[in-house]
Design a protein around this ligand. Structure first.
Ligand code: SF4
Ligand code: SF4
Length: 321
């Protein structure tokens, strides 16, 4: 049965189909030192879901045989996965070079036992994408926890010191997401505001800023429910449907993989356990995927997909138009 999102696609005559897979996004698990309000993963300290060494081996063997150009590591806090460094050094040893992205939680840089993070990322030229929902401490601490702003600033300064945000081979990109039930504004304007404020107050440089819409799932959905805003936020997302964003949706060129090696269309579908293909299909592990056959599999959609197509659109790489 069609959901409202499928109907919106049909009315706008914008079918959602896969293109060549360019990104393997691996969610290494839910372990994190923070418990942010907007977290779609429900990550936090003490979580047991974390990718194991055998699963890492199988994923890497599969990826090496493909032409997928980018490994995108997310979590949780990716650096907390015991195999994080091995994942990166192994991919750097592949015959064909790949881009590696680390969705870094900058506070981990200041945690005991993680003194290696900055030097390691720089040595392997890993692109860093880091959450920074505001350049003001009150907004960041309200969303991500007390002390997170100062710790993140200190982490970014350490990254700058080794060349991140300043050297073209050491890309540092920030992620902004709204501090409540509203859509992000203009990415260009926010980027310039961040550039000015981060430099002026903290001497911090960065390359780019991505605006991401809060998804109405997991911890953010619970927050909306508690505040009686779930219905109005969903309506806002639906009313802001923008067909021009469909061609850039990340589910088209990404294969998302869980800490158990299971395949999903995106990290949101993974959290909702919506498997690719038709409803009711069983688990599909990455090591059983035929890349060509995967291109023919339908993308699973739901009401939450309006979060990706609202306003300027939203993806792991920011706004879509
Ligand atoms: S949003 Fe990121 S840093 Fe915050 S709890 Fe979730 S995984 Fe951890
Ligand atoms: S939620 Fe996932 S499947 Fe839905 S539009 Fe966004 S990226 Fe695509």
């Amino acid at each position: 049965m069609q959901n409202d999102f499928d109907c919106a696609l049909e009315v706008a005559a914008t079918p959602l189909r896969r293109t060549q897979t360019e990104i393997l996004q691996l969610n290494v698990g839910k372990l994190c030192n923070l418990t942010c309000l907007h977290c779609h993963v429900n990550a936090g300290p003490g979580k047991k879901e974390i990718v194991g060494s055998e699963t890492v081996d199988k994923i890497l063997r599969w990826m090496e045989r493909t032409k997928i150009s980018t490994l995108d590591l997310t979590g949780g806090t990716p650096e907390m996965a015991p195999d994080f460094r091995r994942l990166i050094t192994t991919v750097r040893g592949f015959a064909h070079p790949r881009k590696i992205i680390d969705r870094l939680n900058a506070t981990i840089i200041n945690e005991p036992g993680y003194e290696w993070v900055v030097e390691f990322l720089a040595e392997h030229e890993v692109e860093v994408v880091a959450s920074m929902p505001c350049y003001r401490p009150d907004n960041v601490n309200a969303q991500r926890g007390e002390g997170v702003f100062d710790s993140s600033i200190s982490g970014f300064q350490k990254l700058n010191e080794v060349g991140y945000g300043r050297n073209s081979k050491l890309r540092l990109n920030f992620v902004y997401n709204p501090n409540g039930a509203f859509l992000p504004g203009s990415q260009e304007e926010l980027r310039e505001d961040y550039r000015r404020e981060m430099k002026l107050h903290f001497g911090i440089d960065f390359h780019d800023l991505y605006c991401i819409t809060n998804m109405p799932i997991a911890r953010f959905a619970a927050y909306l429910k508690r505040n009686n805003q779930l219905h109005s936020y969903m309506q806002l997302l639906k009313d802001s449907f923008n067909p021009a964003t469909v061609s850039g949706l990340m589910c088209r060129n990404t294969i998302n993989v869980s800490w158990t090696g299971e395949v999903y269309d995106c990290d949101f579908n993974q959290m909702m356990e919506l498997r690719p293909g038709r409803a009711g299909e069983g688990k599909l592990h990455i090591w059983d995927v035929d890349p060509e056959a995967f291109l023919e599999m339908p993308i699973r959609t739901g009401e939450h997909c309006f979060g990706c197509t609202a306003g300027h659109g939203s993806s792991c790489g920011g706004a879509l138009e």
